[in-house]
Every structure is written in C-alpha cells, then in structure tokens.
Write a protein that binds this ligand. Structure first.
Ligand SMILES: N[C@@H](CCC(=O)N[C@@H](CS)C(=O)NCC(=O)O)C(=O)O
Length: 287
C-alpha cells in the first residue's frame, strides 16, 4: 500500500493517459490506492480555469498527491513516480544503454513527426475533408473553440486562451467553411505530414529491441509506445477489438506513401506486448 491516496486526472479516450493506466496496472495498484477524475476532453473541460491550475498545459494525464509539492503534468514523470512507489520490478532502466534506447523510443513516439492528431483531424483532399466534417471530430473542435472563447471572455488576461484559440481555430475554420480552394495548402501540408509519419514509423522499426521495446523485459518505453500505436490504429478506423489488424492504418498512410508497411519488428513487438496483463487490462479495445 502507498501511504497516501493520489488522484489521476484522465480521459477515457486519451492516448497519453494510457501511459498512467498501464503503469497503474503493471505496478499492481488497487482502486483503494488512488482516485480517477475524468476530465472530459470532448466538452473541453481541460480548459476549465480550475483544471489549468492543476495542469497549465490543459492536458491529461495529471497526477496530484499529498506527498508531492506540485502536480505531475507529463506522462513520463507520472509513470516514473508510480514506478518509484512500488519496488516490484522497475520500469525505468538504470543501465546506460537500455536507458538511451528507451529514451530514444519515448522521444520518437512523443514527437510531432508521429503525432496522432494528424490522423484524427487532418485531410488530404475534398473527400477526406468532407468525411472529417461529418465526423465527431467536427463537434470536438467546435466545442473546444466555443469553450476557449467563453473562458477568454470571462478572464481576458488569462495567458492560456488566446494562443490556444488561435491554434485550435486554424484547423476549426477549415471544418467551418465550404470545402474549396482555401483548403488546398492544408491538404498539401497533411500529405507531407503523412510522409513524415511514415518515416517516423520506419525509424521506430530500427529502434526496437525485441522481445520488448528497449530490452528483454518491459520498460517505460513499452508503456509510451503502446498507447501511441493503439491511438493511431484506432484513429485510422481499425475495429477496436481487432488489436492485431494493421491494414487500416497501413492503407491510410499508403495513400501518401504507397510502399508503407508496419515492419516485422514492430509487429513482433506489438504481438509480445499485447500478451501482457497490463495491455489486456487497459487495451482490451484500441482507443
Ligand atoms: N506531453 C504530454 C502530452 C499530453 C497530451 O497532449 N494529452 C492530450 C490527450 S492524449 C490532451 O490532453 N490534449 C488536450 C489538448 O491538447 O487540448 C504528456 O505526455 O503527458
């Protein structure tokens, strides 16, 4: 038992909250050890000024504990904190070489190059754009924009809302206007982002050790790479229970990079991690 109950701020569909959930499962925490507070990203509750006091980035996950002086607001530090609470097989490598390999994988899956927002929000042509406009992502972006504008009106001096509204608004305005010429540069950008994404996935193929991401045992690198790939597959439209089906993600990327394939090392790694109890507990369905 940990002495003091902690709180994890999470959202059911969030990929990076998945890191915290995998760590909670792997390290054997029980529901008595912590509370989960859902921050509904669909209603943009992550932009509530009260939540921004906990996490000034307005993201999940966050972790708050009476034992900590300040909230933890990055999935990397949350996993490491949870790992430190239980001496039952550390997920954080100590030898230099494994540490380096794990860090390289974590840096890659967290990088913009393979960011999954590309898959969720972007489009390469009119057909993809119309499909996105008819999808729940339209409502998601609209809710965010309305909430950002509302909170800005309540507290115009708050530094969070203006840049965030500009960032969200840049994509939202394409959902909010007729599909036409102004979308063309967005399509070209999206196509080049898919080519970068393919390069990033190919790089991951070369970084993976087997049987697990950075070693012969599970490390933090596995628990960051799993939610990233699960979210990419889900976002591409894979049936959530078809855990081993890469074909939908491959087809999406192949539109920009015809030769793209999920490589044999990534497939072998995924097959290995998907057999672990933590994976089965958290990713019975892709999300
Ligand atoms: N670097 C952060 C990223 C967290 C993050 O971007 N979380 C997403 C959900 S997976 C989020 O909260 N997005 C809300 C937003 O950006 O408005 C981490 O690893 O914890």
């Amino acid at each position: 038992m940990t002495a003091e109950k902690f709180t994890v701020y999470s959202f059911v569909g969030s990929q990076w909250a998945g890191v915290a959930h995998l760590a909670l499962a792997q390290k054997g925490f029980s529901k008595d050890d912590y509370d989960i507070k859902e921050i509904n990203l669909v209603s943009a509750d992550n932009f509530d000024p009260e939540y921004l006091k906990i996490n000034p980035n307005g993201t999940v996950p966050s972790l708050v504990s009476p034992s900590l002086q300040a909230p933890l607001t990055e999935s990397t530090e949350i996993l490491r904190y949870l790992d430190s609470l239980r001496q039952n097989g550390s997920l954080v490598p100590t030898d230099t070489e494994t540490k380096r390999k794990a860090q390289a994988i974590m840096d890659l899956v967290h990088s913009a190059q393979v960011g999954t927002n590309l898959i969720l929000f972007q489009a390469r042509d009119n057909a993809e754009m119309e499909a996105k406009k008819a999808s729940p992502w339209n409502e998601f972006l609209t809710n965010r924009q309305k909430r950002l504008e509302k909170e800005h009106a309540v507290d115009p001096a708050h530094p969070f809302y203006v840049p965030k509204a500009a960032e969200n608004g840049a994509v939202h305005k394409l959902y909010d206007s007729d599909v036409g010429d102004e979308h063309k540069s967005f399509y070209a950008l999206t196509d080049s982002m898919y080519r970068d994404f393919a390069t990033g996935v190919n790089k991951l193929e070369t970084l993976l050790e087997l049987p697990y991401a950075a070693s012969d045992h599970l490390t933090e690198a596995d628990f960051h790479a799993i939610p990233w790939l699960a979210h990419a597959m889900w976002g591409a439209g894979t049936v959530p229970t078809d855990i081993q089906d890469f074909s939908v993600l491959e087809a999406l990327v192949q539109k920009s990079v015809p030769e793209f394939k999920i490589g044999p090392r990534l497939r072998a790694w995924w097959s290995n991690v998907s057999e672990t109890p933590a994976f089965k507990q958290v990713f019975a369905e892709l999300h």
